[in-house]
Design a protein around this ligand. Structure first.
Ligand SMILES: *Cc1c(COP(=O)(O)O)cnc(C)c1O
Length: 433
């Protein structure tokens, strides 16, 4: 019997046999999958059956997609490599050159940059709505070539909400979808699709994964695309495929948007998540409600505590009774107000710096939704490229700090802040007191 060479054996010697049923999600960390039968290859490339290549489909990734769709009350989800990838893919599945987005002014700075610097170079323009409470302001910004409205359910740096149902109604009058970035709220606090939104995007790097270890993003679609009513606005979804193949809408009906994102946009532009990251996001999701409930309770306690301190000029947290969106928050967010907010310390950027440098329990970093409490100075970091007027419009001043509250014992968070505030603005306390 001939023995194969060492190198051949190191590649091909493997145990085969029964696949046990793992209770945790197995990590299919593989670029591709064997075709067990010769004909499976053609069936995959033809009818899309089975698995072949991880950029096209992977069982670990699909397990997480299934859970996310169920939690958001959507019909399907698509997991991607980052939140930026999710926003990009969701919008590139809807828009083409010459078309237009209407977006809330109160959005993540990475998304604003995508709209202003990147999609604009592809011929996709954006109009920003400042008065996001006024449906007429959204309506007035819509043009014949508008193909999406975009907003965040809870925004940053100013803690703002949108009345999802009211803005969705405006979008639907024009046959176009409302896309909601639900990163800050998570589906535990609000499910935008239940309020009429059509597409939800997430940075899974934040609360969904929850432990600050991986990046990821997701799109969830309502599955309520109506080809007969709105198909004329999205010809790529209703026109026959190459060689006269059935259109996407003919194949999947109401799921045409997410099917197009999955079949055409994501695999071609290529922001595929690692199956290992997908596993860690899925692991995080298993404790989402517990973390977000605790984080929201902690955030409310910290915000109320800060509000009573003489060193603090303002606390911008939607959970506080005096916040302009508090009534809307009680309606939209009955289970908690989220845990990312900003506050402004008296004494400007110098006081803000001393405060950040004195904090010990809070970690100074740019991230949010972590189990640990985090702090950042937006004016010198995330919002540094905006003009002072633009910063003021989104609630960022020299003394403003953005916090993401974790699951620590809340007394340790307030004690840390108390100690750091005493170092940061001792003079101001005397002046104010
Ligand atoms: C972080 C974030 C993003 C971008 O997500 P990444 O995973 O960092 O690419 C988008 N939207 C919001 C609201 C975010 O907080």
């Amino acid at each position: 019997m001939t023995t194969r060479g060492f190198t051949t054996r190191q590649l091909h010697e493997r145990a085969t046999g029964a696949t046990p049923t793992a209770r945790a999600t197995p990590i299919y960390l593989t670029a591709g999958f064997e075709f067990d039968e010769y004909d499976n290859a053609a069936a995959h490339f033809g009818a899309g059956e089975g698995y072949a290549y991880t950029r096209i489909g992977n069982p670990t990734v699909e397990t997480v997609e299934h859970t996310l769709a169920a939690l958001e009350g959507g019909s399907q989800a698509l997991l991607l490599a980052s939140g930026q990838a999710a926003t990009s893919v969701a919008l590139l599945a809807l828009l083409e050159a010459g078309q237009h987005i209407v977006s809330s002014t109160h959005i993540y700075e990475g998304t604003r940059g995508l709209f202003r610097d990147n999609l604009s170079r592809l011929g996709i323009a954006t109009t920003f709505v400042d008065d996001i409470d006024d449906p007429d302001a959204w309506e007035a910004a819509i043009r014949p070539e508008t193909r999406a409205l975009f907003a965040e359910s809870i925004s940053n740096a100013a803690n703002r909400l949108i009345d999802i149902a009211a803005i969705a109604e405006v979008a639907h009058r024009h046959g176009i979808p409302l896309v909601v970035d639900n990163t800050f709220a998570t589906p535990y606090l609000v499910r935008p699709i239940e309020h009429g939104a059509d597409v939800v995007v997430h940075s899974a790097s934040k609360f969904l994964a929850g432990h600050g270890s991986v990046l990821g993003g997701a799109i969830v679609d309502s599955g309520r695309f109506d080809p007969a009513r709105d198909g004329h606005l999205f010809p790529h979804l209703i026109e026959p495929g190459r060689g006269g193949a059935a259109s996407i809408a003919d194949r999947v009906g109401g799921d045409a948007r997410i099917a197009y994102a999955r079949e055409s946009v994501a695999p071609r532009f290529g922001p595929t998540p690692s199956p290992l990251n997908a596993f860690l996001i899925g692991q995080g999701i298993e404790t989402l409600s517990l973390r977000v409930e605790r984080q929201s309770a902690n955030a409310l306690a910290v915000a109320q505590w800060l509000e009573g301190r003489p060193e603090i000029a303002a606390v911008d947290y939607v959970g506080l009774i005096g916040h302009p969106h508090h009534a809307l928050a009680e309606h939209l967010l009955p289970d908690g107000y989220g845990s990312v907010f900003s506050f402004t310390v008296r004494g400007g950027s110098d006081a803000a710096r001393r405060l950040v440098e004195s904090l010990e329990v809070f970690t100074h970093m740019t991230h949010l939704g972590d189990v640990r409490s985090l702090v950042l100075h937006p004016a010198s970091t995330s919002h540094v490229t905006l003009s002072a007027d633009e910063r003021a419009a989104v609630g960022v001043f020299e003394g403003t700090l953005r916090v993401s509250i974790g699951i620590e014992d809340v007394a340790d968070l307030t004690a840390d802040l108390a100690r750091a505030l005493a170092v940061a603005s001792p003079v101001d306390v005397a002046v104010v007191a």
